[in-house]
Design a protein around this ligand. Structure first.
Ligand code: ADP
Length: 302
């Protein structure tokens, strides 16, 4: 199984033909309320990819709490490690125009209440049932760093999607089994301009030099570069027709984590992640676009 520690939000998304200018009101066509947050999206991706999956994070005491919890359970994520804290559930306020251009106000709210002690409790509570810990950077950096160290100490394979990118203390890297930045995150973290396969391999080695066992730099439609101490290898992307690339990275990391938890070897797990990332781009939205195990297998077998 998989334990995800990270951010949970409700995504409030307004669709209009164009985005308003400051002070202006435009007429919207539709509005949706869905579970979101990188942590929650990874959890849904892992659960839909077939892994028993626990989400550890915080929601507030408000009406968005139910939307978040129902969204997790509807997709098969176990919510026993989600804590309800005073205050309000995190919100991403998103606006999308007819061309797909968007802007986002992300307000962490309850997500800031997640503590290292809560993470320890969740690792203890799922002991023996999970082998993979998935992390991102939407909760306080101190919490992610603690989770990485505690997860590694508990014998879990720690997978970090360093999104949104921010500088981390150097000692965190030796606790990370697999790091999965996209090109811009790899650039921000390593200072190496990741503009292709060669640069992605160089950036991957930057993480290995700091103690990460396996770096996977994702390149969207250009696939992914896998770097281990033995070798660097480019995987071409699956060919699909994208309609909305939101959550490709979460689909990738979630399905990768599920495959590692199922005992697949690293190359096979990368292929599962890439198939899930490709499929997520063929459907609109974030959590609603995340593929099921059967769809992933069908693309792998195609
Ligand atoms: P992020 O969403 O974090 O920016 P990427 O865009 O790199 O991450 O996507 C993660 C993975 O999903 C890629 O390595 C790739 O395998 C798959 N993927 C993403 N976009 C496409 C695409 N347009 N066509 C095929 N596969 C894609």
């Amino acid at each position: 199984g998989v334990l995800v520690v990270g951010g949970i939000t409700v995504d409030v998304t307004a669709f209009s033909s164009r985005l308003p200018r400051p002070g202006e009101t435009v007429l919207g066509d539709d509005i949706t309320l869905f579970l979101g947050g990188r942590g929650a999206n990874q959890a849904v991706a892992a659960a839909r990819a077939g892994a028993p999956t626990w989400m550890a994070g915080c929601v507030g005491r408000d009406s968005f709490r139910r939307i978040a919890l129902d969204g997790l359970s509807r997709h098969g994520v176990l919510t026993t490690e989600v804590r309800t804290v005073p205050g309000r559930t995190g919100v991403a306020h998103i606006r999308v125009d007819a061309t797909g251009e968007n802007d986002i106000v992300f307000t962490p709210l309850a997500n800031t209440a997640l503590t290292p002690a809560m993470v320890d409790r969740s690792i203890a509570a799922t002991r023996g049932r999970v082998s993979v810990l998935l992390l991102q950077l939407e909760v306080r950096a101190e919490v992610t760093c603690h989770a990485a160290a505690a997860g590694a100490a508990a014998g879990l394979t720690v997978v970090l999607d360093p999104a949104p990118a921010r500088t981390l203390p150097d000692e965190v890297w030796r606790h990370i089994g697999v790091v999965t930045p996209n090109a811009s995150e790899a650039t921000a973290l390593t200072g190496i301009e990741v503009d292709g396969v060669e640069a992605a391999a160089t950036a991957g080695r930057w993480f290995l030099d700091r103690g990460v066992r396996h770096a996977l730099v994702t390149l969207g439609a250009a696939g992914a570069v896998s770097v281990t101490p033995e070798r660097a290898r480019h995987f071409a992307a699956f060919r699909v027709t994208p309609v909305d690339t939101t959550a490709a990275g979460e689909a990738f990391t979630g399905a990768l984590g599920a495959a590692l938890a199922a005992g697949l070897d690293p190359d096979a797990a990368v292929r599962h992640g890439m198939a899930a990332g490709a499929l997520a781009t063929t459907r609109p939205g974030a959590s609603p676009s995340l593929p099921e195990a059967a769809d992933i297998q069908a693309l792998l077998d195609a």
